[in-house]
Design a protein around this ligand. Structure first.
Ligand code: 5GP
Ligand code: MN
Length: 337
């Protein structure tokens, strides 16, 4: 992280009072953890700072410090529009394209105030006045740690540490993905010293399944299919599967990873039917050289990281499955077999 960027950020902060922090739509542990941590930091520096989530966040994050103050745009559109009117700085965390805020995109695009991006995805768009973009860093939370420890290390407390540790843990698959570096561990260690309770955080996030969620995972695993002669598995959940198991937002989080725990599998995919939005939400996870970022971009109007990406399909579940099978055949040569 370059010092001149930190200095520019510092002077932007000095010129502003009313700051808004906006994670992406369907925020995950990293988006929410990094946003809440930065929010605590800015409040300690005397800002009127708020986190606005484009929509509801999953219940496995509803214990995070500060989460009860988050404003949900989808439920409070008028309030958010007036907050944006009064804001003098907007910070966008864990995405690099305003379309990732869903219905907030047009409001943000027309807001005439400085924007700061803090993100670790590839190919950032150029909407921000100040862009922190580091695709090699494991999480936005790790970036936020680097930024705030340079700005004012003494302001890091147990709330900030807990939020950042949660974001780092969730985006690194509990510190096991290749993006995890010795620096990631070093920061995690410092966060524990600042008061993050690693064992409690892990329990809060991962040992928090409802009975329905485990049953839904059962359906997801029994729907699993293997593509012949390729190291690829995929599964799906229909709207009916979701309905029967009383689906709640966030219930399918992490399901796609189970496919990768199979021996000799380097791509795992899940397709989830969303009848309300009339689309199929896809998640892709890979190991090794197969780029799901590229795959999602080319075939399913999505993107993400080299080994973790998402996308959408506007076809039916059956048609999406066919399209996926054809796409895989086209990419056959990209698998190390
Ligand atoms: P997930 O599969 O957990 O929804 O997302 C995995 C990664 O892909 C995340 O880093 C997320 O930001 C990114 N991602 C998920 N869905 C989309 C999408 O529709 N478009 C783009 N560009 N990225 C996505
Ligand atoms: Mn992230």
């Amino acid at each position: 992280m370059k010092d001149n960027l930190i200095n520019e950020f510092d002077s932007l902060l000095k010129k502003s009072k009313n700051t808004l922090i906006i994670p992406h739509k369907n925020p995950d542990g990293d988006a929410l953890g990094s946003s809440l941590a930065l929010n605590f930091f800015l409040m300690k520096k005397g800002h009127n700072s708020l986190v606005i989530s484009p929509n509801e966040y999953p219940s496995f994050l509803n214990w995070l410090p500060g989460q009860n103050k988050i404003i949900n745009f989808s439920l409070n559109q008028k309030k958010v529009i007036s907050l944006i009117d009064k804001a003098d700085l907007i910070l966008t965390l864990d995405y690099n394209d305003l379309s990732r805020t869903g219905e907030m995109e047009s409001i943000l695009t027309s807001a005439d105030i400085p924007f700061v991006m803090v993100d670790h995805h590839e190919n950032p768009k150029s909407y921000a006045d100040l862009t922190f973009s580091e695709p090699q860093i494991s999480s936005t939370s790790e970036m936020v740690y680097n930024i705030i420890s340079k700005l004012d290390h003494s302001k890091i407390d147990s709330n900030i540490a807990t939020c950042l540790y949660t974001g780092m843990m969730t985006d690194t698959g509990s510190f096991r993905f290749p993006s995890t570096t010795s620096k990631t561990y070093l920061i995690a260690s410092k966060l524990i010293d600042f008061g993050a309770n690693h064992s409690k955080i892990h329990q809060n996030v991962y040992d928090n399944y409802t009975f329905n969620r485990i049953r839904l995972l059962g359906t997801c695993l029994s729907n699993l299919k293997k593509i012949k002669n390729l190291p690829v598995v995929y599964t799906f959940l229909s709207q009916e599967d979701l309905r029967i198991n009383n689906f709640k937002k966030g219930d399918t989080e992490g399901f796609v990873n189970y496919g990768l725990s199979l021996k000799n599998i380097s791509l795992s995919v899940i397709m989830i039917e969303d009848k309300l939005q009339n689309l199929i939400k896809m998640s892709f996870r890979s190991k090794g050289s197969f780029s799901v970022n590229k795959f999602a971009k080319i075939y399913f109007n999505g993107g993400g990281h080299h080994n973790a990406a998402g996308g959408t399909s506007l076809k039916s579940l059956k048609e999406t499955e066919k399209k996926f099978m054809n796409a895989i055949q086209e990419c056959k040569k990209d698998f190390e077999v």
